[in-house]
Design a protein around this ligand. Structure first.
Ligand code: FMN
Length: 192
């Protein structure tokens, strides 16, 4: 069921780094993004694939992980993603990418979960550093990075507490907890 995939599709940040992801798999995931909706059907998104340790390491150093987990600097060696998909906007095709990259990301991540993988969208990126590291041409705007791998952590959804705090947190066993607002809190103009 699609709902099961959506529920399972959490942001995973710790992975079995030795678990290989082939380029063929990344191509299949980008193909799902290719078939997704695009504003004005411009299809301005381009993608860089990475599944080799050397290229992965170049990308990793320009990413910022889990801003709410103040004491956690990001996944340590051995727990890092096995692959990345860098989503770029080609400003030779269009200069406004609307929410195309969000839709593309969700297609990629749902496809990943269906394959037994998992990932995390990252927008907190040292874009200048990543551009230099991967030699990305000026016409391609760095929009998002999708980190992918075999998840090595448990992520659970919680109901938002009475204090209304939306910050995710980790318990002593390392389980990652993500508070979500209730359905009634987000649908307005209805008396339930
Ligand atoms: C547009 C976008 C940008 C994000 N950027 C980052 C990021 O830079 N670093 C990170 O660790 N997580 C990032 N995330 C993941 C969110 O923190 C995550 O979606 C949120 O905590 C809810 O958890 P869930 O995805 O498991 O529902 C991003 C998510 C989205 C949708």
């Amino acid at each position: 069921m699609l709902k099961d995939l959506v529920e399972k599709n959490r942001s995973y940040r710790r992975f079995c780094q030795d678990f290989p992801i082939e380029e063929k798999t990344l191509r299949e995931l980008v193909d799902m993004a290719r078939l997704s909706a695009s504003a004005g059907n411009l299809q301005s998104l381009k993608y860089i694939l990475s599944c080799e340790p050397e290229k992965n390491a170049k990308i990793f150093q320009h990413l910022r992980w889990a801003a709410y987990l103040k004491d956690w600097p990001g996944p340590s060696e051995g727990e890092r993603p096995s692959a990345y998909i860098v989503i770029l906007g080609d400003n030779l095709i269009g200069t406004n990418f609307y929410c195309d990259h969000g839709i593309a990301s969700q297609s990629i991540l749902l496809g990943s979960v269906e394959k037994g993988l998992g990932g995390c969208i990252l927008a907190s990126i040292d874009r200048d550093g990543l551009r230099k590291a991967l030699d990305i041409p000026k016409n391609l705007e760095i929009l998002l990075v999708i980190a992918l791998g075999k998840p090595k952590e448990e992520v659970v959804i919680e109901n938002l507490g009475p204090d209304g705090d939306i910050k995710y947190w980790r318990d002593k066993d390392g389980t990652h907890h993500v508070p979500k607002r209730s359905l009634d809190d987000i649908i307005i103009g209805q008396d339930m």
